[in-house]
Design a protein around this ligand. Structure first.
Ligand SMILES: *[C@@H]1O[C@H](CO)[C@@H](O)[C@H](O)[C@H]1NC(C)=O
Ligand SMILES: *[C@@H]1O[C@H](CO)[C@@H](O)[C@H](O)[C@H]1NC(C)=O
Ligand SMILES: *[C@@H]1O[C@H](CO)[C@@H](O)[C@H](O)[C@H]1NC(C)=O
Ligand SMILES: *[C@@H]1O[C@H](CO)[C@@H](O)[C@H](O)[C@H]1NC(C)=O
Ligand SMILES: *[C@@H]1O[C@H](CO)[C@@H](O)[C@H](O)[C@H]1NC(C)=O
Length: 588
């Protein structure tokens, strides 16, 4: 024992040494000094070792937390107050380097993924008692890259997004889809596209809501098997344009908000992210049915038929918000007047309709065909959307042929178009319009507009805004950030079928889903469907009787009722049911 043994011990054996003084007999002064020095050194080493250990542990951590969000290298999860995982997301386009992440207060920042520089910022915000939002922003610093995040639905129900051709409530994803531009389209003609009413918003039954920032070049994909949604930001091969050509670094920005219950989650999101209607459409439109000429007469409309239609409405004792004169009252698509052959005495007809208490609206669309005199006007004044890098107007195919499109991003075009609509109103006493189309699918693939459209769906907003001055009795069928226009939004044309694909069963889900996106004045399309041959189940000459009655009864509980195929084409019983349910609707 003693000095010698002690001195021979190496630094590494300090643990053993520490206990030794107890066992050693009282030592001399120099011995004590050495022991003391070694003890201090030992303590220092412990501190360093623990420190090192801590640093290594910190850097090697496989997760970081900010409020209830837990970030891993391949994604994040969010828990609710009760500790249940209610949101799961994975990073598809890059695995994070967690060593590049640091935390300051309520903000997590990471700067590297897959050995490249990126900027991921996650911020926790508590905008309101009981609501917590996470603002996520992933920016790439390389042009032509893609940012992709995948949201797993888990066992929650999800709502929102867009109008679908096969609509269920909650949403049922239709199979598998690679990310594609999240822009408005006509789901009647293009059944696998995103609908004419869409918002970058989803809500889950677990009280989680997501809003994708308006500035994102947003593409959406999905996989029904998992099920999941894929959020993608990209400029390459995409109709989105960056603000500045040289700044086409894609960035994916969104807010995920969590509330104690679904209602509070949705209320918070709607208040913060949706525009609000400034006015309300005419009470007549809620109270009394709209009578459209479309499903009944299709394009074979003429003066005799309109007069006959009005006569029959009165004869059977029905009321009307208005009569809507639909497709082909004009000579050419793009004219703003009645075809004198089909409507030889239009003024007289309108006077009679007015005397009989009918307000009238007419059909309007954004196209102009070559035969219309307005085509020439459009070319001369540069009023038409052009092919990119060309001066000639872009000709697009729509359901009635091929035409050019008025460029509603140009204020001069809007004024000119509006002046023509006003003129129609003055000339005939027309009250308002059915603004048809307006989806981006009827823009050419590569186009130039007066006002560049960085997000193509803004096109639909410009178009819908045309209805604003006529909102009292107007009808539009597109909606994108346009809840404020205060006019009725019609769900896309229904077929005369029972099912979820644009049939009777799709009506309640579609009305609810569009309502969730902030559009409250919803027109559930024509009773009995459009009766398009080969898209009709049952009867041959008119929609199936049973289908028609059910449709009629359902419509009575909707914000508005719209007839075209009239009840008197069936029998006395159907007329009585129709009278009963229109009266019931009136009283609601
Ligand atoms: C998100 O959108 C808002 C307006 O819609 C915009 O002011 C803001 O800059 C956007 N955020 C990002 C990170 O782009
Ligand atoms: C969809 O999800 C399933 C289940 O996770 C997976 O097996 C399949 O590969 C996915 N499909 C695509 C195209 O990613
Ligand atoms: C309207 O069409 C019907 C049926 O084709 C025809 O009998 C009637 O004469 C037409 N009226 C006008 C004004 O063209
Ligand atoms: C309906 O027509 C009447 C009579 O022309 C008119 O006074 C009224 O303003 C119209 N209603 C709407 C909502 O345009
Ligand atoms: C409708 O169906 C019939 C028989 O099934 C077929 O002969 C006809 O070509 C179809 N018409 C259209 C427009 O698809």
């Amino acid at each position: 024992m003693g000095t010698q043994t002690f001195q021979r011990r190496g630094k590494g054996e300090w643990m053993e040494k520490e206990q030794e003084p107890n066992r050693t007999p009282p030592a001399s002064q120099p011995f004590r000094l050495v022991a003391c020095a070694l003890l201090i050194m030992g303590l220092f080493l412990i501190a360093v070792a623990i420190g090192c250990c801590y640093v290594i542990r910190f850097q090697k951590t496989d997760r970081m937390k900010i409020e209830k969000l837990e970030l891993r290298k391949d994604g994040f999860t969010i828990k609710n107050q009760g500790g249940d995982i209610i949101f799961v997301l994975t990073f598809q386009s890059g695995v994070l380097d967690l060593e590049s992440c640091f935390q300051e207060k309520e903000m997590l920042t990471c700067t590297r993924a897959d050995k490249r520089k990126i900027r991921l910022i996650i911020r926790a915000i508590k905008p309101k008692r009981a609501v917590i939002c996470y603002s996520i922003s992933w920016e790439e610093l390389i042009v032509d890259t893609v940012v992709e995040h995948k949201i797993f639905w888990g066992d929650a129900h999800w709502y929102g997004g867009y109008e679908m051709s096969v609509q269920h409530w909650p949403i049922k994803l239709p199979g598998c889809q690679e990310p594609m531009p999240f822009v408005t389209s006509d789901v009647y003609s293009f059944r696998n596209s995103f609908g004419g009413v869409l918002e970058r918003y989803w809500l889950s039954s677990k009280a989680v809501a997501i809003k994708i920032n308006d500035s994102v070049p947003f593409h959406l994909g999905f996989n029904a098997t998992e099920p999941s949604l894929v959020f993608q930001a990209r400029y390459k091969d995409s109709p989105y344009g960056p603000l500045l050509e040289e700044q086409s670094f894609p960035g994916l920005y969104y807010h995920v908000c969590v509330a104690p219950d679904v209602t509070s989650a949705h209320k918070y999101m709607a208040q913060n992210y949706f525009k609000k209607p400034l006015k309300v459409p005419s009470e007549e439109m809620f109270r009394f049915p709209i009578w459209s000429t479309w499903a009944l007469y299709k394009k074979e409309i003429n003066q005799t038929k309109v007069q006959e239609f009005a006569h029959m409405i009165r004869k059977y004792g029905f009321k009307a918000s208005h009569i809507e004169i639909d497709d082909m009252y004009m000579q050419n698509y793009g004219d703003f007047d009645f075809d004198p052959l089909k409507f030889p005495r239009a003024t007289e007809m309108f006077e009679k309709l007015k005397k009989d208490g009918f307000n009238v609206t007419v059909w309007i669309h954004p196209f102009v065909h070559k035969k219309s005199p307005n085509f020439k006007v459009g070319i001369e004044k540069h009023f038409l959307v052009t092919q990119r890098k060309e001066r000639l107007p872009a000709m697009v195919k729509w359901w009635n042929g091929v035409g050019a499109i008025f460029d509603f991003t140009n204020p001069l075009v809007r004024d000119w178009f509006h002046a023509h609509l006003e003129e129609l109103c003055l000339k005939y006493g027309i009250s308002s319009f059915k603004f048809d189309a307006g989806e981006t699918c009827y823009l050419p693939k590569e186009f130039t507009t007066f006002q560049p459209l960085l997000d193509p769906s803004i096109w639909s907003r410009y178009y819908a805004e045309m209805a604003s001055p006529f909102h009292e009795l107007a009808e539009v069928r597109v909606g994108y950030q346009s809840q404020h226009i205060s006019s009725f939004v019609r769900i896309i044309d229904r077929d005369s079928v029972w099912g979820y694909e644009l049939g009777l069963k799709s009506i309640i889900p579609t009305v609810l889903n569009i309502g969730l996106l902030g559009y409250h004045f919803i027109l559930p399309d024509m009773i009995g469907g459009n009766f398009i041959p080969n898209k009709t189940e049952g009867a041959v000459d008119i929609p199936d009787r049973e289908l028609y009655i059910r449709w009629l009864e359902l419509s009575a509980f909707m914000p508005s009722m719209q007839f075209s195929i009239p009840p008197w084409l069936y029998d006395k019983e159907v007329i009585e049911i129709a009278l009963k349910f229109t009266r019931l609707h009136e009283s609601l």
